[in-house]
Design a protein around this ligand. Structure first.
Ligand code: PGA
Length: 242
């Protein structure tokens, strides 16, 4: 399995349900990756599954946005972790809030999906985050602890997973948390939930060209998970300057 420990910063592009063959072609022609950045840093593109195989680049790694909770069999429409590995993925986003909300994915389902990823040599990018209501009630840390402890297999190697902290109220809204809150939450996950601080924890939620530097340069933040801005190369090329 890929050694993610060696990366200083990790930037993940989550295209969600967007893109087409021509969009992908333009994207690959116009994305600007500085070779000097690739020594220490890592860029992961997560397009919709049909386009994953079309990407053939040594400049970045490929990820999927979800995988089936089932291993194989009579589950029409599903795509399993083994197939994702087979088409060249090294990563898979699991438990994104859009899946938790729209598709009612529970922590138990997410645990099964993460286990399937690990069994197939895929690094899971496990998304966690509190709702606005939970934040207002002061429940953020409790919610994160509950999501993380219930979603991760007990014996997981914490160097073989990425946690994405994505406050739900920040996703797609243009609002980001106060910088001191990002620091405090990342510290909490690293030191109080995991009791060790080398697990990779990236931040996601309304990351744009004009706010990315102050977030990614924090020592507590190992990278970014970028949604909307990853689709616009005027924005994304600035974000991946690192
Ligand atoms: P956003 O999405 O950057 O558009 O807020 C982030 C995400 O949902 O992963």
């Amino acid at each position: 399995m890929l050694e993610i420990e060696k990366f200083n910063k990790i930037v993940i592009a989550n295209w969600k349900l967007n893109g087409s063959t021509s969009f992908l072609r333009d994207y690959l022609n116009n994305i600007e990756i500085k070779q000097s950045n690739l020594r220490d840093n890592c860029l992961i593109i997560c397009p919709p599954t049909p386009y994953i195989k079309e990407i053939n680049s040594s400049e970045f790694l490929k990820g999927a946005q979800d995988c089936s909770q089932f291993e194989e069999g009579a589950f029409t429409g599903e795509i399993n972790a083994k197939m994702l590995k087979d088409i060249g993925c090294d990563f898979c986003i699991i438990g994104h809030s859009e899946r938790r909300n729209h598709f009612k994915e529970s922590n138990e389902t997410i645990l099964t999906k993460i286990t399937n990823c690990i069994n197939n040599d895929l690094i899971p990018i496990c998304c966690v985050g509190e709702s606005l209501e939970e934040k207002k009630q002061g429940l953020t840390k409790e919610v994160l602890k509950d999501q993380i402890t219930k979603s991760l297999p007990k014996n997981i190697n914490l160097n073989k997973i990425i946690i994405a902290y994505e406050p739900l109220w920040s996703i797609g809204t243009g609002i980001i948390p106060k910088i001191e809150d990002i620091v405090s939450i990342h510290n909490y996950i690293k030191n109080s939930i995991f009791l060790e601080n080398n697990t990779k924890i990236v931040y996601g939620g309304s990351v744009k060209a004009n706010n990315c530097k102050k977030i990614i340069n924090l020592k507590e933040v190992d990278g970014l998970l970028v949604g909307g801005a990853s689709l616009n190369l005027d924005e994304f090329n600035k974000i991946i300057e690192f």
